[in-house]
Write a protein that binds this ligand. Structure first.
Ligand code: COA
Length: 377
C-alpha cells in the first residue's frame, strides 16, 4: 500500500514505547509516567537511570546495589585513554566520545550476548564510563592526565571532580544532577531513533550509543546549546540584543535554543533551567541571562505566532558555563544524561524487535545507456 512521504517523519509513529511521554501542547514531559518536574525536585540521576531502564523507581536496596555497580564501572581501560591521547587535542569532544564508546565495546567479548544480565551490565558500563571519557578528553586536551574517578561521589559530583580536579561544590553538583535528570529521555527524537535503528540490526549496545552520539552532535539536535552560547557571546551586552537578533532573523537563520518539533509551548525543562541560569548568573555577574531573557521576549514578539518557544538548549548552556563546563563539552554532558534514555529504548526495541527497513520514493531515471569514459562530456 503506498504511503504519503512525510519529510522528517513528522507525527509518524515508529514504535510503541513506554519510556517517556511528551504532551507538546500542555508542555508536559513524563518518564515512565512520572512528571519530570517531580523527578527533578525529588530524585537523584541514578534513580532516574534505574527508572528509565527498568520501568519503576528502585527500592532503597535496589538503588544501593545499582549505584554500587555504576561506581564499579567508572574506570576506563588504559587503552581507551591511549586512544583519546591519539586524537587531535582540538578535535570536538563529541567525536572523541563517539570513537571511545564504539571502542569500549571491543573490550567486552560478550557484547553481542543478548541475555538480561549481559544487557544490564552493558547499560551500566556505558552510563558509568561516558562521564569518565568526557572528563578524560578534556583534561588530556590541557596536557593533564591526572584524573581518576572517585568512589565516594555520585555520578554528577564525580564528573565535576574529574573535569576540574577540585572538590565539587554541593550546590553545583545538585544543579548538574537536575540538568542530567531533565535531559535523560525525550521520546522519539533523532538520536533515540538512530539508536533504535542500529539496535534493530542486533548491533551491540556500544554501536547503538555511538550512532546515537553521532546524531546528537548535530546543531539541529544536541549541538544547539553550544550555538546558543556562541550567539550570547556575539550579542555581548543586553543592549545589542535586538540588532543581532534582527540580523539573524533577516538572514532566515534559526535561532539556537528555539523551536521544537513537538512542543508548541515552552519546553518544561527550559523553565527549570531558566531559574538556575538566573540564580547562577546573579552570583557571577555574567550578562548572558539578561541577554537570553531579552531574546526570549523579542522572539515571542516576532515568531511566537509560529509556536516557536525556548527549548531545553536555550538556558542549559548558561547553566553549564556557570558550572565551569567548557562550551565544547555541553553536548557531551547532554549525551551523559541521555545515555540511559537511549539504552532504555534499546532494551525496549529488543523486546519486540523487527529490523527497520523503510522505503523511499524513487525520483531518479531508468534504463540509462552506459557511456564509455572517453566519450563522456
Ligand atoms: N528560529 C527562528 N524561526 C524558527 C526556529 C528558530 N529556532 N525554529 C522554527 N522556526 C520557524 C521556521 O522558520 C518555520 O517558519 P516558516 O513556517 O515561516 O517557514 C516554523 O518556525 C516551523 O519550523 P520548522 O523548521 O519547520 O520546524 P521543525 O520541526 O522542522 O524543526 C527544530 C524543529 C528544532 C529543528 C527547529 O526549530 C530548529 O532548527 N531550532 C534551532 C535548533 C535547536 O534549538 N535545536 C534543539 C532542539 S531541542
Amino acid at each position: 500500500m503506498p504511503f504519503d512521504l512525510v519529510p522528517g517523519l513528522e507525527e509518524v509513529p515508529i514504535a510503541e514505547s513506554s519510556v517517556s511521554f511528551v504532551d507538546g501542547t500542555a508542555g508536559k514531559l513524563e518518564y515512565r509516567g512520572i512528571n519530570v518536574e517531580l523527578l527533578a525536585a525529588n530524585s537523584t540521576f541514578e534513580e532516574v537511570c534505574f527508572l528509565l531502564l527498568f520501568g519503576k523507581l528502585p527500592t532503597r536496596a535496589e538503588l544501593e546495589e545499582f549505584q554500587g555497580e555504576l561506581v564499579h564501572y567508572r574506570k576506563v581501560k588504559y587503552r581507551i585513554i591511549d586512544l583519546l591521547k591519539c586524537l587531535p587535542e582540538k578535535g570536538h569532544p563529541m567525536d572523541a566520545l563517539q570513537a571511545a564508546v564504539a571502542a569500549i565495546g571491543m573490550f567486552y567479548p560478550r557484547r553481542r550476548a543478548l541475555d538480561d544480565s549481559a544487557r544490564r551490565a552493558a547499560c551500566l558500563r556505558i552510563i558509568a564510563k561516558i562521564p569518565t571519557v568526557v572528563a578524560a578528553f578534556e583534561r588530556l586536551s590541557k596536557g593533564d592526565d591526572s584524573f581518576t574517578p572517585r568512589t565516594d561521589l555520585n555520578l554528577a559530583g564525580d564528573f565535576l571532580y574529574m573535569m576540574t580536579g577540585e572538590e565539587p561544590d554541593a550546590e553545583k553538583v545538585r544543579i548538574l544532577e537536575v540538568c542530567l535528570i531533565l535531559h535523560a529521555d525525550h521520546t522519539m527524537n533523532a538520536s533515540t531513533f538512530a539508536g533504535r535503528v542500529v539496535g534493530s540490526t542486533l548491533a551491540d549496545p556500544y554501536c547503538v550509543v555511538s550512532s546515537a552520539l553521532g546524531a546528537l552532535s548535530g546543531p539541529l539536535h544536541g549541538g544547539a546549546n553550544e550555538e546558543a552560547i556562541e550567539m550570547f557571546k556575539r550579542v555581548g551586552k543586553p543592549e545589542n540584543t535586538r540588532a543581532v537578533l534582527q540580523e539573524m532573523l533577516a538572514k532566515k537563520e534559526k535561532i539556537p535554543g528555539f523551536g521544537h518539533r513537538v512542543y508548541k509551548t515552552v519546553d518544561p525543562r527550559s523553565k527549570i533551567l531558566k531559574v538556575y541560569a538566573e540564580k547562577l548568573t546573579q552570583r557571577s555577574g555574567s550578562p548572558y541571562y539578561q541577554i537570553a531573557v531579552e531574546i526570549e521576549r523579542l522572539m515571542q514578539e516576532q515568531v511566537g505566532h509560529k509556536g516557536v518557544w525556548p527549548n531545553v538548549d536555550f538556558y542549559s548552556g548558561i547553566v553549564y558555563r556557570e558550572l565551569g563546563i567548557p562550551t565544547d563539552c555541553f553536548t557531551p554532558v547532554f549525551a551523559m544524561a541521555r545515555a540511559p534514555g537511549w539504552l532504555a529504548h534499546w532494551l525496549e526495541q529488543l523486546r519486540n524487535n523487527r529490523i527497520f527497513r523503510p522505503t523511499q520514493r524513487y525520483v531518479g531515471t531508468h534504463d540509462q545507456p552506459y557511456t564509455p569514459i572517453d566519450t563522456r562530456t
